[in-house]
Design a protein around this ligand. Structure first.
Ligand code: SF4
Length: 614
Protein backbone atom coordinates (compact mmCIF):
# COMPACT_ATOMS: atom_id res chain seq x y z
CA UNK A 1 0.00 0.00 0.00
CA UNK A 2 2.39 2.64 -1.21
CA UNK A 3 -0.11 5.49 -0.90
CA UNK A 4 -0.27 4.78 2.83
CA UNK A 5 3.52 4.95 3.11
CA UNK A 6 3.29 8.44 1.66
CA UNK A 7 1.34 9.73 4.64
CA UNK A 8 2.71 7.70 7.54
CA UNK A 9 5.80 9.89 7.90
CA UNK A 10 3.51 12.91 8.47
CA UNK A 11 1.82 11.53 11.58
CA UNK A 12 2.73 10.84 15.21
CA UNK A 13 3.21 7.18 16.15
CA UNK A 14 2.77 5.60 12.69
CA UNK A 15 2.89 2.18 14.34
CA UNK A 16 -0.73 2.80 15.34
CA UNK A 17 -1.64 2.19 11.70
CA UNK A 18 0.84 -0.30 10.29
CA UNK A 19 -0.47 -3.56 11.78
CA UNK A 20 1.85 -6.55 11.54
CA UNK A 21 2.07 -6.93 15.32
CA UNK A 22 3.12 -10.18 16.97
CA UNK A 23 0.21 -12.70 17.05
CA UNK A 24 -1.96 -10.73 14.64
CA UNK A 25 -3.87 -13.05 12.32
CA UNK A 26 -3.77 -12.45 8.58
CA UNK A 27 -5.97 -14.79 6.58
CA UNK A 28 -6.31 -15.11 2.83
CA UNK A 29 -8.89 -12.45 2.00
CA UNK A 30 -10.01 -14.00 -1.29
CA UNK A 31 -10.47 -17.46 0.17
CA UNK A 32 -12.39 -16.44 3.30
CA UNK A 33 -16.17 -16.33 3.10
CA UNK A 34 -17.04 -13.88 5.90
CA UNK A 35 -14.98 -10.80 6.70
CA UNK A 36 -15.49 -8.92 9.91
CA UNK A 37 -13.83 -5.72 11.14
CA UNK A 38 -13.69 -5.33 14.92
CA UNK A 39 -13.61 -1.64 15.77
CA UNK A 40 -12.83 0.26 18.90
CA UNK A 41 -13.87 3.91 18.56
CA UNK A 42 -10.86 5.40 20.28
CA UNK A 43 -7.12 5.63 19.81
CA UNK A 44 -5.04 2.47 19.19
CA UNK A 45 -3.43 2.66 22.65
CA UNK A 46 -6.85 2.64 24.35
CA UNK A 47 -8.44 0.07 22.07
CA UNK A 48 -5.53 -2.34 22.39
CA UNK A 49 -6.08 -2.35 26.16
CA UNK A 50 -9.73 -3.39 25.83
CA UNK A 51 -10.52 -6.90 27.13
CA UNK A 52 -13.52 -7.78 24.95
CA UNK A 53 -12.16 -7.38 21.42
CA UNK A 54 -9.34 -9.97 21.80
CA UNK A 55 -11.93 -12.59 22.88
CA UNK A 56 -14.04 -11.94 19.78
CA UNK A 57 -10.94 -11.71 17.56
CA UNK A 58 -9.80 -15.15 18.70
CA UNK A 59 -13.25 -16.77 18.51
CA UNK A 60 -13.96 -15.38 15.05
CA UNK A 61 -10.56 -16.25 13.62
CA UNK A 62 -10.95 -19.79 15.00
CA UNK A 63 -13.67 -20.27 12.36
CA UNK A 64 -12.09 -21.44 9.07
CA UNK A 65 -14.49 -19.45 6.91
CA UNK A 66 -14.28 -16.22 8.90
CA UNK A 67 -11.59 -13.56 9.15
CA UNK A 68 -11.58 -10.86 11.81
CA UNK A 69 -9.37 -7.81 11.57
CA UNK A 70 -8.95 -4.76 13.83
CA UNK A 71 -9.43 -1.04 13.37
CA UNK A 72 -9.15 1.87 15.81
CA UNK A 73 -9.97 5.56 15.48
CA UNK A 74 -7.13 7.34 13.71
CA UNK A 75 -5.79 10.29 15.67
CA UNK A 76 -6.60 13.73 14.29
CA UNK A 77 -3.31 14.09 12.39
CA UNK A 78 -3.80 10.74 10.64
CA UNK A 79 -7.43 11.50 9.89
CA UNK A 80 -6.45 14.80 8.24
CA UNK A 81 -3.72 13.10 6.20
CA UNK A 82 -6.11 10.31 5.12
CA UNK A 83 -8.81 12.74 4.08
CA UNK A 84 -6.35 14.87 2.12
CA UNK A 85 -4.96 11.81 0.35
CA UNK A 86 -8.45 10.32 -0.14
CA UNK A 87 -7.54 7.13 1.74
CA UNK A 88 -10.60 5.40 3.22
CA UNK A 89 -10.41 3.90 6.73
CA UNK A 90 -8.75 0.49 6.54
CA UNK A 91 -8.16 -2.50 8.78
CA UNK A 92 -4.75 -3.17 10.34
CA UNK A 93 -4.29 -6.77 9.16
CA UNK A 94 -5.03 -6.71 5.43
CA UNK A 95 -5.20 -2.89 5.10
CA UNK A 96 -8.44 -3.36 3.21
CA UNK A 97 -10.99 -0.51 3.22
CA UNK A 98 -13.63 -1.09 5.88
CA UNK A 99 -16.38 -0.77 3.28
CA UNK A 100 -15.19 -4.11 1.76
CA UNK A 101 -16.05 -6.07 4.93
CA UNK A 102 -19.34 -7.89 5.49
CA UNK A 103 -19.74 -6.75 9.08
CA UNK A 104 -18.23 -3.95 11.15
CA UNK A 105 -18.60 -4.46 14.90
CA UNK A 106 -18.10 -1.56 17.31
CA UNK A 107 -17.38 -1.95 20.99
CA UNK A 108 -19.27 0.75 22.91
CA UNK A 109 -17.97 1.12 26.44
CA UNK A 110 -18.17 4.88 26.94
CA UNK A 111 -20.75 7.36 25.70
CA UNK A 112 -18.12 9.95 24.84
CA UNK A 113 -16.81 7.76 22.03
CA UNK A 114 -20.11 7.97 20.10
CA UNK A 115 -18.99 10.72 17.71
CA UNK A 116 -15.90 8.63 16.89
CA UNK A 117 -18.20 5.86 15.60
CA UNK A 118 -19.77 8.33 13.18
CA UNK A 119 -16.39 9.70 12.22
CA UNK A 120 -14.97 6.24 11.54
CA UNK A 121 -17.94 5.31 9.36
CA UNK A 122 -17.58 8.55 7.43
CA UNK A 123 -13.84 8.08 7.03
CA UNK A 124 -14.62 4.58 5.76
CA UNK A 125 -16.89 6.19 3.13
CA UNK A 126 -19.93 4.44 4.59
CA UNK A 127 -23.10 6.53 5.24
CA UNK A 128 -23.30 7.22 8.98
CA UNK A 129 -27.10 6.97 9.09
CA UNK A 130 -28.39 3.40 8.94
CA UNK A 131 -31.38 4.63 6.91
CA UNK A 132 -29.02 5.84 4.15
CA UNK A 133 -27.12 2.57 3.82
CA UNK A 134 -28.13 0.03 1.22
CA UNK A 135 -27.54 -3.65 0.52
CA UNK A 136 -24.00 -2.98 -0.70
CA UNK A 137 -22.80 -1.62 2.63
CA UNK A 138 -21.46 -3.69 5.54
CA UNK A 139 -23.82 -4.48 8.41
CA UNK A 140 -22.95 -2.29 11.40
CA UNK A 141 -23.15 -4.03 14.76
CA UNK A 142 -22.42 -2.73 18.27
CA UNK A 143 -22.04 -4.32 21.67
CA UNK A 144 -20.59 -3.44 25.05
CA UNK A 145 -22.01 -1.83 28.18
CA UNK A 146 -23.46 1.19 26.30
CA UNK A 147 -25.58 -1.17 24.18
CA UNK A 148 -27.72 -1.71 27.29
CA UNK A 149 -29.33 1.62 26.41
CA UNK A 150 -29.03 1.45 22.63
CA UNK A 151 -31.50 4.22 21.80
CA UNK A 152 -29.15 7.24 21.48
CA UNK A 153 -27.11 5.32 18.85
CA UNK A 154 -30.15 3.71 17.16
CA UNK A 155 -29.90 5.95 14.05
CA UNK A 156 -26.40 4.70 13.24
CA UNK A 157 -26.26 1.03 14.22
CA UNK A 158 -28.09 -1.77 12.37
CA UNK A 159 -27.95 -4.32 15.14
CA UNK A 160 -27.00 -4.31 18.83
CA UNK A 161 -25.76 -7.32 20.76
CA UNK A 162 -27.15 -7.28 24.28
CA UNK A 163 -24.96 -9.07 26.82
CA UNK A 164 -22.08 -11.51 26.45
CA UNK A 165 -21.00 -11.42 22.80
CA UNK A 166 -19.40 -14.88 23.00
CA UNK A 167 -22.84 -16.35 23.71
CA UNK A 168 -24.55 -14.93 20.65
CA UNK A 169 -21.71 -14.78 18.13
CA UNK A 170 -22.08 -18.16 16.48
CA UNK A 171 -25.84 -17.81 16.06
CA UNK A 172 -25.26 -14.45 14.40
CA UNK A 173 -22.62 -15.95 12.10
CA UNK A 174 -24.92 -18.82 11.07
CA UNK A 175 -27.65 -16.37 10.19
CA UNK A 176 -25.24 -14.21 8.22
CA UNK A 177 -23.75 -17.20 6.36
CA UNK A 178 -27.21 -18.35 5.24
CA UNK A 179 -28.06 -14.88 4.03
CA UNK A 180 -24.78 -14.39 2.18
CA UNK A 181 -25.02 -17.85 0.57
CA UNK A 182 -28.45 -16.93 -0.76
CA UNK A 183 -26.64 -14.34 -2.89
CA UNK A 184 -27.88 -11.13 -4.37
CA UNK A 185 -31.53 -12.17 -4.35
CA UNK A 186 -31.86 -11.73 -0.59
CA UNK A 187 -32.14 -8.09 0.48
CA UNK A 188 -30.60 -6.95 3.76
CA UNK A 189 -34.11 -6.40 5.11
CA UNK A 190 -34.53 -10.17 5.12
CA UNK A 191 -31.27 -10.64 7.03
CA UNK A 192 -32.38 -8.08 9.63
CA UNK A 193 -35.66 -9.88 10.20
CA UNK A 194 -33.81 -13.15 10.68
CA UNK A 195 -31.32 -11.55 13.06
CA UNK A 196 -34.22 -10.16 15.11
CA UNK A 197 -35.32 -13.72 15.94
CA UNK A 198 -32.02 -14.43 17.75
CA UNK A 199 -32.32 -13.81 21.51
CA UNK A 200 -30.08 -10.93 22.61
CA UNK A 201 -30.08 -9.16 19.25
CA UNK A 202 -31.85 -5.82 18.88
CA UNK A 203 -32.49 -4.12 15.55
CA UNK A 204 -33.71 -0.60 16.32
CA UNK A 205 -35.01 0.06 12.79
CA UNK A 206 -37.68 -2.59 13.37
CA UNK A 207 -39.27 -0.58 16.21
CA UNK A 208 -41.31 2.60 16.49
CA UNK A 209 -40.87 5.07 19.33
CA UNK A 210 -43.51 7.41 20.73
CA UNK A 211 -43.16 10.35 23.10
CA UNK A 212 -45.54 12.10 25.51
CA UNK A 213 -46.66 15.69 24.93
CA UNK A 214 -44.24 16.85 27.68
CA UNK A 215 -41.31 15.36 25.74
CA UNK A 216 -40.82 12.32 27.93
CA UNK A 217 -40.59 8.85 26.45
CA UNK A 218 -43.89 6.98 26.02
CA UNK A 219 -43.25 3.57 24.48
CA UNK A 220 -41.35 1.52 21.94
CA UNK A 221 -43.23 -0.99 19.80
CA UNK A 222 -42.02 -3.70 17.44
CA UNK A 223 -43.00 -2.94 13.83
CA UNK A 224 -42.58 -6.48 12.43
CA UNK A 225 -43.57 -9.92 13.68
CA UNK A 226 -39.96 -11.08 14.16
CA UNK A 227 -39.04 -8.22 16.51
CA UNK A 228 -39.57 -9.06 20.18
CA UNK A 229 -41.12 -6.62 22.63
CA UNK A 230 -38.32 -7.29 25.11
CA UNK A 231 -34.71 -8.17 24.39
CA UNK A 232 -33.16 -10.43 26.98
CA UNK A 233 -29.49 -10.06 27.80
CA UNK A 234 -27.41 -13.08 26.82
CA UNK A 235 -25.30 -14.58 29.61
CA UNK A 236 -22.54 -17.17 29.17
CA UNK A 237 -22.86 -19.82 31.86
CA UNK A 238 -19.15 -20.59 31.80
CA UNK A 239 -16.44 -18.14 30.87
CA UNK A 240 -14.88 -18.91 27.47
CA UNK A 241 -11.21 -19.97 27.55
CA UNK A 242 -8.93 -17.04 28.35
CA UNK A 243 -7.15 -15.34 25.46
CA UNK A 244 -3.54 -16.48 25.66
CA UNK A 245 -2.29 -15.39 22.25
CA UNK A 246 -3.39 -11.76 22.07
CA UNK A 247 -1.91 -9.32 19.59
CA UNK A 248 1.17 -7.72 21.21
CA UNK A 249 1.47 -4.02 20.40
CA UNK A 250 4.83 -2.65 19.26
CA UNK A 251 4.21 0.69 20.92
CA UNK A 252 3.34 1.42 24.53
CA UNK A 253 -0.38 1.13 25.21
CA UNK A 254 -2.44 1.98 28.31
CA UNK A 255 -2.29 -1.49 29.85
CA UNK A 256 1.07 -2.74 28.70
CA UNK A 257 0.84 -6.25 30.10
CA UNK A 258 -0.96 -9.54 29.74
CA UNK A 259 -4.48 -9.77 31.14
CA UNK A 260 -6.50 -12.74 32.36
CA UNK A 261 -10.16 -12.31 33.17
CA UNK A 262 -10.41 -14.33 36.39
CA UNK A 263 -14.04 -13.53 37.09
CA UNK A 264 -17.01 -11.84 35.41
CA UNK A 265 -19.80 -10.13 37.34
CA UNK A 266 -20.06 -8.72 40.85
CA UNK A 267 -22.91 -9.07 43.33
CA UNK A 268 -21.76 -6.56 45.94
CA UNK A 269 -24.72 -4.43 44.88
CA UNK A 270 -23.21 -0.92 44.99
CA UNK A 271 -26.25 1.09 43.96
CA UNK A 272 -24.44 3.56 41.68
CA UNK A 273 -22.63 0.85 39.75
CA UNK A 274 -23.96 -0.25 36.37
CA UNK A 275 -21.39 -3.03 36.00
CA UNK A 276 -22.81 -4.53 39.22
CA UNK A 277 -26.15 -5.20 37.51
CA UNK A 278 -25.36 -5.69 33.83
CA UNK A 279 -22.71 -8.37 34.32
CA UNK A 280 -24.51 -10.45 36.97
CA UNK A 281 -24.17 -13.20 38.10
CA UNK A 282 -20.60 -13.91 39.18
CA UNK A 283 -18.80 -16.44 37.02
CA UNK A 284 -15.40 -17.47 38.26
CA UNK A 285 -12.61 -19.01 36.21
CA UNK A 286 -11.05 -22.08 37.86
CA UNK A 287 -7.59 -21.50 39.36
CA UNK A 288 -6.01 -24.19 37.18
CA UNK A 289 -7.19 -22.36 34.05
CA UNK A 290 -5.70 -19.07 35.28
CA UNK A 291 -2.34 -20.69 36.14
CA UNK A 292 -2.15 -22.37 32.74
CA UNK A 293 -3.18 -19.17 30.95
CA UNK A 294 -0.40 -17.20 32.69
CA UNK A 295 2.18 -19.69 31.41
CA UNK A 296 0.79 -19.50 27.89
CA UNK A 297 0.79 -15.68 27.96
CA UNK A 298 4.45 -15.69 28.94
CA UNK A 299 5.31 -18.18 26.20
CA UNK A 300 3.18 -16.58 23.47
CA UNK A 301 3.75 -12.90 24.20
CA UNK A 302 6.88 -12.58 26.31
CA UNK A 303 5.02 -10.64 29.01
CA UNK A 304 6.62 -10.32 32.42
CA UNK A 305 3.55 -8.76 33.99
CA UNK A 306 0.02 -10.10 34.07
CA UNK A 307 -3.09 -8.43 35.41
CA UNK A 308 -5.78 -10.61 37.05
CA UNK A 309 -8.87 -8.80 35.87
CA UNK A 310 -12.20 -8.74 37.67
CA UNK A 311 -14.73 -6.16 38.85
CA UNK A 312 -13.94 -7.10 42.45
CA UNK A 313 -10.72 -9.10 42.62
CA UNK A 314 -10.83 -9.63 46.41
CA UNK A 315 -14.07 -11.58 45.94
CA UNK A 316 -12.44 -14.25 43.79
CA UNK A 317 -12.72 -17.32 46.03
CA UNK A 318 -9.17 -18.36 46.92
CA UNK A 319 -7.42 -15.30 45.44
CA UNK A 320 -4.57 -15.61 48.00
CA UNK A 321 -4.08 -19.24 47.03
CA UNK A 322 -4.12 -18.32 43.33
CA UNK A 323 -1.52 -15.56 43.83
CA UNK A 324 0.70 -17.99 45.79
CA UNK A 325 0.42 -20.62 43.04
CA UNK A 326 1.28 -18.10 40.32
CA UNK A 327 4.23 -16.74 42.33
CA UNK A 328 5.57 -20.25 42.88
CA UNK A 329 5.13 -21.39 39.29
CA UNK A 330 6.34 -18.21 37.55
CA UNK A 331 8.78 -16.49 39.94
CA UNK A 332 9.82 -13.97 37.28
CA UNK A 333 6.25 -12.76 36.72
CA UNK A 334 4.85 -9.53 38.20
CA UNK A 335 1.16 -9.60 39.00
CA UNK A 336 -1.25 -6.73 39.25
CA UNK A 337 -4.62 -6.91 40.98
CA UNK A 338 -7.05 -4.12 40.10
CA UNK A 339 -10.28 -3.41 42.03
CA UNK A 340 -9.36 -4.51 45.53
CA UNK A 341 -11.75 -4.16 48.45
CA UNK A 342 -10.74 -1.87 51.30
CA UNK A 343 -9.64 -4.32 53.97
CA UNK A 344 -6.47 -5.64 55.59
CA UNK A 345 -6.74 -8.81 53.47
CA UNK A 346 -6.13 -6.69 50.35
CA UNK A 347 -3.01 -5.17 51.90
CA UNK A 348 -1.64 -8.64 52.75
CA UNK A 349 -2.50 -9.75 49.25
CA UNK A 350 -0.63 -6.83 47.68
CA UNK A 351 2.33 -7.61 49.88
CA UNK A 352 2.31 -11.23 48.73
CA UNK A 353 2.52 -10.19 45.07
CA UNK A 354 5.77 -11.28 43.47
CA UNK A 355 8.29 -8.56 42.51
CA UNK A 356 5.89 -5.88 43.57
CA UNK A 357 7.42 -2.48 44.05
CA UNK A 358 5.60 -0.56 46.77
CA UNK A 359 4.47 1.89 44.12
CA UNK A 360 1.03 2.72 45.43
CA UNK A 361 -2.32 1.44 46.60
CA UNK A 362 -5.65 2.48 45.18
CA UNK A 363 -8.92 2.35 47.05
CA UNK A 364 -12.39 3.63 46.21
CA UNK A 365 -14.42 4.56 49.32
CA UNK A 366 -16.60 6.67 46.92
CA UNK A 367 -18.15 8.66 49.80
CA UNK A 368 -16.69 10.47 52.81
CA UNK A 369 -19.18 9.36 55.45
CA UNK A 370 -20.31 5.98 56.68
CA UNK A 371 -23.93 7.12 56.30
CA UNK A 372 -23.57 7.89 52.61
CA UNK A 373 -21.57 4.72 52.00
CA UNK A 374 -24.43 2.73 53.54
CA UNK A 375 -26.91 4.56 51.32
CA UNK A 376 -24.98 3.66 48.14
CA UNK A 377 -24.47 0.14 49.56
CA UNK A 378 -20.70 0.43 49.65
CA UNK A 379 -20.58 -0.63 53.26
CA UNK A 380 -17.15 0.15 54.59
CA UNK A 381 -16.93 1.26 58.20
CA UNK A 382 -14.56 4.15 58.79
CA UNK A 383 -12.71 2.04 61.37
CA UNK A 384 -12.06 -0.62 58.69
CA UNK A 385 -10.88 1.99 56.22
CA UNK A 386 -8.45 3.49 58.74
CA UNK A 387 -7.26 0.04 59.84
CA UNK A 388 -6.52 -0.85 56.20
CA UNK A 389 -4.62 2.39 55.63
CA UNK A 390 -2.67 1.88 58.87
CA UNK A 391 -1.73 -1.65 57.76
CA UNK A 392 -0.56 -0.27 54.40
CA UNK A 393 1.50 2.52 55.99
CA UNK A 394 3.02 0.09 58.53
CA UNK A 395 4.16 -2.14 55.67
CA UNK A 396 5.88 0.67 53.86
CA UNK A 397 3.33 2.05 51.41
CA UNK A 398 3.26 5.82 51.43
CA UNK A 399 1.40 6.43 48.15
CA UNK A 400 -2.34 6.05 48.50
CA UNK A 401 -4.87 6.97 45.82
CA UNK A 402 -8.48 7.43 46.87
CA UNK A 403 -11.51 7.79 44.62
CA UNK A 404 -14.61 9.72 45.69
CA UNK A 405 -17.80 10.63 43.87
CA UNK A 406 -19.62 13.93 44.27
CA UNK A 407 -23.34 14.44 43.89
CA UNK A 408 -24.44 11.00 45.07
CA UNK A 409 -28.15 10.74 45.98
CA UNK A 410 -28.86 11.90 49.58
CA UNK A 411 -25.44 13.63 49.79
CA UNK A 412 -25.22 16.73 51.99
CA UNK A 413 -22.44 19.23 52.71
CA UNK A 414 -21.62 17.18 55.84
CA UNK A 415 -20.66 14.25 53.60
CA UNK A 416 -18.30 16.53 51.68
CA UNK A 417 -16.72 17.77 54.89
CA UNK A 418 -16.31 14.17 55.94
CA UNK A 419 -14.07 13.60 52.89
CA UNK A 420 -11.74 16.32 54.19
CA UNK A 421 -11.77 14.88 57.69
CA UNK A 422 -11.12 11.38 56.44
CA UNK A 423 -8.14 12.59 54.43
CA UNK A 424 -6.90 14.42 57.53
CA UNK A 425 -7.09 11.22 59.59
CA UNK A 426 -5.22 9.31 56.87
CA UNK A 427 -2.52 11.97 56.82
CA UNK A 428 -2.02 11.65 60.60
CA UNK A 429 -1.95 7.84 60.40
CA UNK A 430 0.69 7.93 57.66
CA UNK A 431 2.82 10.40 59.58
CA UNK A 432 2.64 8.28 62.71
CA UNK A 433 3.71 5.17 60.80
CA UNK A 434 6.54 6.60 58.72
CA UNK A 435 7.48 9.88 60.35
CA UNK A 436 6.75 11.74 57.12
CA UNK A 437 3.61 12.87 55.37
CA UNK A 438 2.12 10.15 53.17
CA UNK A 439 1.49 10.95 49.52
CA UNK A 440 -2.27 10.98 49.17
CA UNK A 441 -3.85 11.48 45.79
CA UNK A 442 -7.54 12.32 45.83
CA UNK A 443 -9.57 11.83 42.68
CA UNK A 444 -13.07 13.31 42.59
CA UNK A 445 -15.61 12.52 39.91
CA UNK A 446 -19.21 13.58 39.42
CA UNK A 447 -21.79 10.88 39.96
CA UNK A 448 -23.48 9.86 36.69
CA UNK A 449 -26.83 8.07 37.12
CA UNK A 450 -26.86 5.06 34.80
CA UNK A 451 -29.59 2.91 33.23
CA UNK A 452 -30.36 -0.45 34.88
CA UNK A 453 -29.20 0.73 38.32
CA UNK A 454 -31.24 1.63 41.43
CA UNK A 455 -30.30 5.27 40.72
CA UNK A 456 -31.58 5.29 37.14
CA UNK A 457 -34.38 7.68 38.15
CA UNK A 458 -32.37 10.28 40.07
CA UNK A 459 -31.30 13.75 38.97
CA UNK A 460 -27.62 14.42 38.47
CA UNK A 461 -26.26 17.19 40.67
CA UNK A 462 -26.32 20.61 38.97
CA UNK A 463 -23.34 22.84 38.16
CA UNK A 464 -24.02 25.34 40.95
CA UNK A 465 -24.17 22.71 43.66
CA UNK A 466 -21.11 20.91 42.29
CA UNK A 467 -19.00 24.02 42.12
CA UNK A 468 -19.84 24.84 45.78
CA UNK A 469 -18.66 21.34 46.72
CA UNK A 470 -15.53 21.71 44.59
CA UNK A 471 -14.70 24.97 46.33
CA UNK A 472 -15.17 23.49 49.77
CA UNK A 473 -12.99 20.49 48.94
CA UNK A 474 -10.37 22.57 47.22
CA UNK A 475 -9.96 24.82 50.25
CA UNK A 476 -10.10 22.00 52.77
CA UNK A 477 -7.71 19.64 50.97
CA UNK A 478 -5.20 22.29 49.88
CA UNK A 479 -4.89 23.30 53.52
CA UNK A 480 -3.64 19.74 54.07
CA UNK A 481 -1.23 20.12 51.16
CA UNK A 482 -3.32 18.02 48.76
CA UNK A 483 -4.32 19.08 45.29
CA UNK A 484 -7.34 16.98 44.30
CA UNK A 485 -8.05 16.07 40.70
CA UNK A 486 -11.57 16.21 39.28
CA UNK A 487 -13.53 15.24 36.29
CA UNK A 488 -15.00 18.07 34.24
CA UNK A 489 -18.68 18.48 35.31
CA UNK A 490 -19.62 19.35 31.69
CA UNK A 491 -18.27 15.98 30.54
CA UNK A 492 -20.23 14.21 33.29
CA UNK A 493 -23.40 16.09 32.32
CA UNK A 494 -23.03 14.98 28.71
CA UNK A 495 -22.27 11.41 29.80
CA UNK A 496 -25.43 11.41 31.96
CA UNK A 497 -27.56 12.83 29.11
CA UNK A 498 -26.26 10.33 26.55
CA UNK A 499 -26.40 7.33 28.87
CA UNK A 500 -30.05 7.93 29.87
CA UNK A 501 -31.14 9.34 26.55
CA UNK A 502 -33.78 8.29 24.06
CA UNK A 503 -33.69 7.90 20.29
CA UNK A 504 -34.00 11.65 19.67
CA UNK A 505 -30.42 12.04 20.87
CA UNK A 506 -29.29 10.53 17.57
CA UNK A 507 -29.88 13.98 16.01
CA UNK A 508 -27.78 15.60 18.73
CA UNK A 509 -24.88 13.18 18.27
CA UNK A 510 -25.07 13.59 14.50
CA UNK A 511 -25.12 17.38 14.71
CA UNK A 512 -22.28 17.53 17.27
CA UNK A 513 -20.16 15.34 14.98
CA UNK A 514 -21.02 17.49 11.95
CA UNK A 515 -19.92 20.52 13.97
CA UNK A 516 -16.53 18.88 14.44
CA UNK A 517 -16.80 16.89 17.68
CA UNK A 518 -14.64 13.76 17.84
CA UNK A 519 -12.51 12.33 20.63
CA UNK A 520 -14.88 13.87 23.20
CA UNK A 521 -13.29 11.76 25.93
CA UNK A 522 -10.05 13.70 25.41
CA UNK A 523 -10.15 16.98 27.33
CA UNK A 524 -8.16 18.82 24.65
CA UNK A 525 -10.79 17.87 22.06
CA UNK A 526 -13.96 18.13 24.12
CA UNK A 527 -16.01 21.03 22.79
CA UNK A 528 -18.97 21.63 25.07
CA UNK A 529 -20.18 24.50 22.87
CA UNK A 530 -20.63 22.11 19.94
CA UNK A 531 -22.78 19.86 22.06
CA UNK A 532 -24.92 22.65 23.51
CA UNK A 533 -25.48 23.92 19.96
CA UNK A 534 -26.41 20.41 18.82
CA UNK A 535 -28.96 19.99 21.64
CA UNK A 536 -30.46 23.38 20.80
CA UNK A 537 -30.77 22.59 17.10
CA UNK A 538 -32.55 19.35 17.97
CA UNK A 539 -34.92 21.27 20.28
CA UNK A 540 -33.66 19.33 23.31
CA UNK A 541 -31.85 20.10 26.56
CA UNK A 542 -29.12 18.05 28.21
CA UNK A 543 -30.58 18.87 31.64
CA UNK A 544 -33.88 17.22 30.65
CA UNK A 545 -32.05 13.91 30.41
CA UNK A 546 -29.37 14.40 33.05
CA UNK A 547 -30.68 16.64 35.81
CA UNK A 548 -34.38 15.79 35.91
CA UNK A 549 -35.61 13.43 38.58
CA UNK A 550 -37.81 10.88 36.83
CA UNK A 551 -40.96 9.62 38.54
CA UNK A 552 -40.68 5.91 39.37
CA UNK A 553 -43.61 5.16 37.06
CA UNK A 554 -42.25 7.11 34.04
CA UNK A 555 -41.56 4.75 31.11
CA UNK A 556 -37.83 4.54 30.48
CA UNK A 557 -36.28 4.48 26.98
CA UNK A 558 -34.21 1.38 27.86
CA UNK A 559 -36.99 -0.62 29.53
CA UNK A 560 -37.30 -2.98 26.51
CA UNK A 561 -33.77 -4.19 27.28
CA UNK A 562 -34.11 -6.81 30.01
CA UNK A 563 -30.75 -7.27 31.73
CA UNK A 564 -32.17 -9.86 34.12
CA UNK A 565 -32.34 -7.64 37.19
CA UNK A 566 -35.97 -6.51 37.45
CA UNK A 567 -37.30 -2.96 37.70
CA UNK A 568 -39.14 -4.02 40.88
CA UNK A 569 -35.78 -4.97 42.46
CA UNK A 570 -34.18 -1.69 41.33
CA UNK A 571 -37.08 0.31 42.81
CA UNK A 572 -36.76 -1.57 46.08
CA UNK A 573 -33.03 -0.84 46.12
CA UNK A 574 -33.67 2.83 45.42
CA UNK A 575 -36.04 3.04 48.40
CA UNK A 576 -33.52 1.24 50.60
CA UNK A 577 -30.89 3.79 49.52
CA UNK A 578 -33.09 6.66 50.67
CA UNK A 579 -33.71 4.87 53.97
CA UNK A 580 -30.02 3.97 54.34
CA UNK A 581 -30.62 0.21 54.48
CA UNK A 582 -27.89 -2.20 53.49
CA UNK A 583 -28.45 -5.05 51.02
CA UNK A 584 -26.01 -7.89 51.51
CA UNK A 585 -23.95 -9.67 48.87
CA UNK A 586 -25.93 -12.68 47.68
CA UNK A 587 -22.70 -14.63 47.31
CA UNK A 588 -22.30 -14.81 51.05
CA UNK A 589 -25.88 -14.28 52.29
CA UNK A 590 -29.38 -15.13 51.09
CA UNK A 591 -30.49 -14.52 47.52
CA UNK A 592 -31.94 -11.02 47.17
CA UNK A 593 -34.27 -12.12 44.37
CA UNK A 594 -32.85 -9.54 41.99
CA UNK A 595 -34.66 -11.12 39.07
CA UNK A 596 -31.97 -13.36 37.62
CA UNK A 597 -33.48 -16.28 39.49
CA UNK A 598 -36.24 -16.19 36.80
CA UNK A 599 -33.68 -17.25 34.20
CA UNK A 600 -31.24 -19.15 36.38
CA UNK A 601 -33.16 -20.82 39.19
CA UNK A 602 -29.96 -22.31 40.62
CA UNK A 603 -28.11 -18.95 40.61
CA UNK A 604 -27.98 -18.69 44.38
CA UNK A 605 -26.96 -22.29 44.94
CA UNK A 606 -24.08 -21.95 42.50
CA UNK A 607 -22.84 -18.89 44.31
CA UNK A 608 -23.09 -20.55 47.71
CA UNK A 609 -20.94 -23.31 46.26
CA UNK A 610 -18.29 -20.72 45.45
CA UNK A 611 -18.40 -19.39 48.99
CA UNK A 612 -17.93 -22.82 50.48
CA UNK A 613 -14.88 -23.52 48.35
CA UNK A 614 -13.24 -20.34 49.63
S1 SF4 B 1 -30.66 -14.13 41.63
FE1 SF4 B 1 -30.10 -13.97 43.78
S2 SF4 B 1 -28.12 -15.00 43.88
FE2 SF4 B 1 -28.46 -14.56 41.70
S3 SF4 B 1 -27.46 -12.57 41.33
FE3 SF4 B 1 -29.60 -12.16 41.84
S4 SF4 B 1 -29.61 -11.78 44.07
FE4 SF4 B 1 -27.68 -12.81 43.57
Amino acid sequence: MTYLNKILYQVTKPARYTGGEWNSVVKDWDKTFLRIALSYPDLYEIGMSNMALPILYELLNSQPDVLAERVYAPWVDMEAAMRTAGIPLFSLESRRPLKDFDIIGFSLGYELTYTNVLNMLHLAQIPVLASERNDSHPVIIAGGSCALNPEPMADFIDSFIIGDGEEVLFELLDCFRDWKRAGTGAPKKELFRQLATIPGIYLPALYQVEYQADGSFKRITPGVAQAKATIQRRIVAKLPPPVTKPVVPYIEVIHDRGAIEIQRGCNRGCRFCQAGTIYRPVRQRPQSEVVQAAGELIANCGYNEVSLVSLSTSDYAGIDELVAKLAHRYPQLSLSLPSLRIDSFSVSLMEALPSRRKSGLTFAPEAGSERLRRSINKNIAESELLKTAAAAFDRGWINLKLYFMLGLPTETIDDIEDIIQLVDKLNSLGRKASGKRPRLRISLSTFVPKPHTPFQWVAQDNEESLSAKHELLNLGLRRKGIRPSWSDPAVSLLEAALSRGDRRLGKVIHRAWQAGSTFDAWSEHFNYGNWLGAFEEAGLEPSFYAQRERPLDEPLPWAHIDVGVTTAFLKQEYRRAIEGIETTDCRYEACNLCGLERWQPDCHHQQQGLTQSK
